[in-house]
Design a protein around this ligand. Structure first.
Ligand code: NDP
Length: 312
């Protein structure tokens, strides 16, 4: 069997084409475009790439998309003051603080900064208010990666209700909200983590398997029920030649690319899983582009809610 490829990149392009005229309508109606502010503290190279992609996507659909930079040496007070300013800004409907924050800000910095974002501008869906609303199944701004995965499953016609789903990973930004969204759509959900005994056996029960771990190629064929839908959230930069060789056979184009560049972006799912799964998201080009697109959707939604609220 060779799994059907779930092309997140193509869906992201389609969704952005759907959003663009809605953004133009908003701008015409309210005399300003929806505004997204992205806060970047320090100089993490991966964060620079993610932020650039988000800003480009934002401008692409017609938003005002602003980068608010703070230096590596910024204090927690500086970051909180910036968030407060953006909370009050009339021009910004969405605020995203790019993680990770510099270690020097302290272990609880991310929680304190995310908690400070006004829930109505929390387009990442990380504040306790939005998480609580989502848990109760009430309207909320929901974390972008899991909501992008639901959009992909729905648009690809993959049935969720009544199916067994297994989410591997229990982070606040991916695993937990993913499990809740699947539950709300009537899947029977199991959540696995680093202490789960017999992980392959548990995963093999799943009709929909979501891997959100951060370990290159962890999920091999033995984790997958034949015909299952496998969603690979992992984004792992491989720089070790032995790891690259364990993932791709000699002569594989991706191994050749690794040899050229010295690194490769891979998921948590071993490429051999394509022989067993019914449908599979690639890395890159699967979940990642949808995450960015859902950020656009959340920003438009936040903008509409603010504009409607201001009119009433
Ligand atoms: P975290 O590190 O916060 O969470 C990882 C989870 O995986 C934890 O719950 C951990 O368990 C679990 N885990 C770790 N090792 C194992 C193991 N050997 N077996 C089973 N479970 C294990 O990661 P995130 O949720 O933030 O991200 C996960 C991956 O998704 C990363 O590769 C990240 O880069 C990627 N990502 C991709 C996005 C996209 O847009 N494509 C967006 C966000 C993340 P425990 O809780 O017990 O420690």
């Amino acid at each position: 069997m060779s799994a059907r490829l779930l092309d997140g990149q193509a869906l992201a392009v389609r969704l952005q084409q759907e959003i663009t005229p809605q953004v133009a309508q908003f701008t015409a109606r309210y005399g300003r475009p929806p505004g997204l502010a992205i806060v970047l503290v320090g100089q993490n190279p991966a964060s620079e790439v993610y932020v650039r992609n988000k800003l480009k996507a934002g401008s692409g659909v017609g938003f005002r998309a602003d980068l608010e930079r703070l230096p590596e040496a910024a204090s927690l007070g500086d970051v909180l003051a910036l968030v407060e300013r953006l909370n009050r800004s009339e021009a910004h409907d969405g605020i995203l603080v790019q993680a990770p924050l510099p270690k020097g800000l302290g272990g609880d910095a991310a929680a304190r900064v995310f908690d400070a974002i006004a829930p109505e501008k929390d387009v990442d869906g990380f504040t306790p208010t939005n998480v609580g609303l989502m848990v109760q199944g009430r309207p909320a701004l929901v974390a972008c990666t899991p909501s992008g995965i639901i959009e992909l499953l729905v648009r690809e016609g993959i049935q969720i209700a009544g199916r067994r789903a297994c989410v591997v990973g229990r982070s606040d930004i991916v695993g937990k909200p993913m499990a809740l969204l699947l539950l709300q759509r009537d899947a029977t959900v199991t959540v696995c983590h680093s202490k789960t005994p017999d992980l392959p056996g548990v995963c093999r029960e799943a009709d929909i398997l979501v891997a959100a771990v951060g370990r290159a190629g962890l999920m091999t064929r033995s984790f997958v029920k034949p015909g299952a839908t496998v969603i690979d959230v992992g984004m792992n930069r491989v720089t070790d030649a032995a790891v690259a060789r364990a993932l791709f056979p000699a002569g594989h184009p991706r191994l050749a690319r690794f040899q050229e560049r010295g690194s490769l972006l891979v998921g948590d799912v071993h490429p051999d899983v394509a022989d067993v799964a019914g449908a599979l998201t690639p890395v890159p080009g699967g979940v990642g582009p949808l995450t960015v697109t859902m950020l656009m959707m959340n920003t438009l939604r936040a903008a509409r809610a603010r504009a409607e609220g201001a009119r009433t």
